[in-house]
Design a protein around this ligand. Structure first.
Ligand SMILES: Nc1ncnc2c1ncn2[C@@H]1O[C@H](COP(=O)(O)OP(=O)(O)O)[C@@H](O)[C@H]1O
Ligand SMILES: [Mg+2]
Length: 593
């Protein structure tokens, strides 16, 4: 670097050194700056990496927490579902036994009503007791509903159409100050469900809404088509994806905090004061919806009102508009009914009610005994059997075998609750009729007439081609007779006893000749009806001795043997298996001897 001409001066030299120094420093500075910037970049990069790592960690953590929460929720749901299941089983079982007791009480009270007719005080007491029974049976049916064991009579219905017909009932139940709006979507799908129970459910929800709104507000009922997708189904216990009919009931009431919401389906859970809430409303709705293959969900927040959504499975079938004919006076009949029931008191009460209605009644204490009666060849029009019984033969199997033997037989099941033997997916098998306990005399009478009528219509055609079963006409019965029945086979004795009683006679029974003779000594009888082959002393020997003791005694021999000789002049022969008509004819002939 030169500033002039010629030799560089000292100044120049110094100056140059200085400049070189400056340049060097500048270069270093530049290098430093470069280094600094690189470091700065590196730091920034590291910071970015660190923050990315942090974000990643946080996301991971969140994900893990979410997963844990979800798992806890699933477990809680499962736990809740299991709890409800267990409580349901317990309640269902209790209600079943409870119903059997009520059946005995109500049956006897109904019979008693007739006995005390004329005494106003006694009639009133019986009425009070019956009112108690009906409250008890209401409670039992609510518990059965929760336990998913109430007998349902599902029909294909259009819920929209039904809601419209219930509008007035709802308005009445809710009072003036509650506005009711119904919104029913067009093209609503049909569902298959028990319409009576849908009505009960809506009424229960509406009453809850009324209570939550303290009598003032707006209730909205919506019906629409809905699909439950896989994701929703996965998030809820016991829900299948698919097409549903959705029913939503919304109120503008107080709503519920989450701890209440978590418990509303529990039976007897109520926040209402003693005497105002039973805590069974939502339990029933829950049980009914589940039993019908549906789903229920409640959305509620304090101060925000409540929406209850019910999903009922869609059906492609057409609506079943057949009218019910469950009105008019009740009638009895003269058909033969075989009552099969293990509970002795329930059996006797049922038999008494049936006999009172004019039916001929046969009784059996379990399915095996019933089958023996069926196979004895006695004509039976209706098999009326308890669903749940001890013994090796199950009641549906008994029904099947009875139908094989007597194709025209009608079958009516009765049960304190329905078990899977005859109910599948909450529906009765086709052709199966069920009368739930406790039943009233009226309900039993109606159900039987309905069944017998159906059966007769069905049987009319087929009967035209088969040999007429009953060739003997039942002539007017002889008056009330005192009959001594001697038979060693307990089942035949029981059914013959019942037939004689149904024919209006006084019956005493003995299982062997010695007991029978003792009875002839102490009491007076018009007719001795005895089996021929008895253990020890035979029926024919018995007859000789009995007539010697009581010369006016008429004798009927019941026998399974075709060849019986020598008794024609002194006794009447009744061939086994015999019907009630045969028996009536034999009695008349014996009296005429
Ligand atoms: N629509 C509603 N709004 C607010 N709370 C409700 C509603 N429906 C039910 N609940 C709450 O759920 C409880 C249980 O209801 P439910 O089973 O019908 O029995 P109950 O009505 O006899 O109390 C009620 O006591 C109430 O606390
Ligand atoms: Mg309620």
């Amino acid at each position: 670097m030169f500033f002039g001409h010629g030799e560089p001066s000292k100044f120049d030299k110094d100056h140059e050194d200085l400049l070189v120094g400056i340049a060097g420093q500048a270069a270093t500075a530049i290098d430093n700056a470069r280094l600094y910037r690189a470091a700065e970049r590196e730091i920034a990069e590291r910071r970015r990496a660190e923050s990315a790592l942090q974000t990643l960690n946080a996301t991971l953590e969140r994900r893990i927490l979410d997963a844990l929460a979800e798992q806890a929720e699933t477990e809680a749901r499962l736990h809740q579902a299991q709890k409800m299941e267990a409580v349901g089983r317990l309640t269902g079982g209790v209600a079943h036994d409870f119903n059997n007791l009520l059946q005995v009480i109500s049956g006897n009270l109904q019979l008693l009503t007739k006995d005390v007719a004329g005494s106003a005080r006694a009639e009133q007491r019986v009425r009070n007791a019956l009112a108690g029974v009906s409250r008890g049976s209401q409670l039992a049916s609510q518990l059965l509903a929760f336990g998913r064991r109430q007998p349902l009579a599902p029909k294909v219905i259009n819920v929209g159409r039904l809601i419209r017909t219930w509008d007035d009932m709802l308005k009445q139940a809710l009072g003036e100050a509650i506005e009711v709006e119904t919104i029913i979507a067009g093209g609503l799908w049909n569902t298959i469900v028990d319409p009576v129970q849908v009505e009960t459910a809506i009424l229960n929800l509406a009453i809850n809404a009324r209570d939550a709104m303290e009598g003032r507000g707006k209730l909205t009922i919506e019906a629409g088509n809905a699909s439950i997708d896989d994701a929703y189904a996965a998030r809820h216990e016991d829900v299948n994806p698919g097409h549903y009919l959705m029913l939503a009931i919304t109120d503008t009431g107080c709503g519920m905090p989450s701890d209440v919401l978590a418990r509303v389906f529990e039976p007897f859970f109520t926040t209402k004061p003693e005497g105002q809430g039973t805590g069974l409303g939502l339990s029933m709705v829950f049980g009914f919806v589940k039993q019908s293959g549906g789903h229920i969900k409640i959305y509620s927040e304090p101060g925000q009102g409540t929406t209850v959504r019910i999903y009922l499975p869609r059906t492609q079938e057409r609506e079943d508009l057949a009218a019910d004919t469950e009105t008019g006076p009740i009638t009895g009949g003269s058909e033969t009914i075989l009552v099969v029931e293990d509970d002795e008191e329930v059996r006797r009460t049922a038999a008494d009610i049936l006999a009172d209605l004019g039916y001929r009644v046969l009784k059996a204490k379990d399915a095996d005994s019933a089958l023996a009666i069926v196979e004895s060849g006695v004509p039976i029009d209706v098999l009326f059997t308890d669903v749940v019984m001890p013994g090796s033969l199950r009641s549906p199997e008994l029904a099947r075998k009875a139908k094989e033997r007597i194709p025209d037989i009608a079958v009516l099941f009765t049960s304190g609750y329905t078990d899977n033997a005859i109910v599948h997916g909450g529906k009765l098998d086709p052709g199966v009729h069920l009368l739930s306990k406790p039943y009233s005399r009226e309900a039993l009478a109606r159900k039987l007439r309905h069944l017998i009528r159906n059966q007769q219509q069905r049987g009319a055609v087929s009967r035209m081609n088969t040999r007429a079963e009953r060739t003997l006409s039942a002539d007017p019965l002889p008056g009330r007779l005192r009959v001594l029945l001697v038979e060693d086979d307990a089942l035949i004795r029981v059914s013959t006893f019942d037939m004689l009683e149904t024919l209006g006679h006084d019956v005493s029974e003995a299982s062997n000749a010695n007991d029978a003779l003792a009875m002839v000594l102490t009491s007076k009888f018009d007719v001795l009806l005895t089996d021929i082959s008895l253990p020890g002393v035979s029926g024919s020997e018995l007859a000789v001795q009995a007539v010697a003791l009581a010369p006016s005694l008429k004798v009927i021999f019941a026998t399974g043997y075709d060849q019986v000789r020598g008794y024609e002049a002194t006794a009447v022969l009744l061939r086994k298996p015999f019907t009630e008509e045969h028996l009536a004819v034999a009695l008349r002939n014996a009296i005429g001897l």
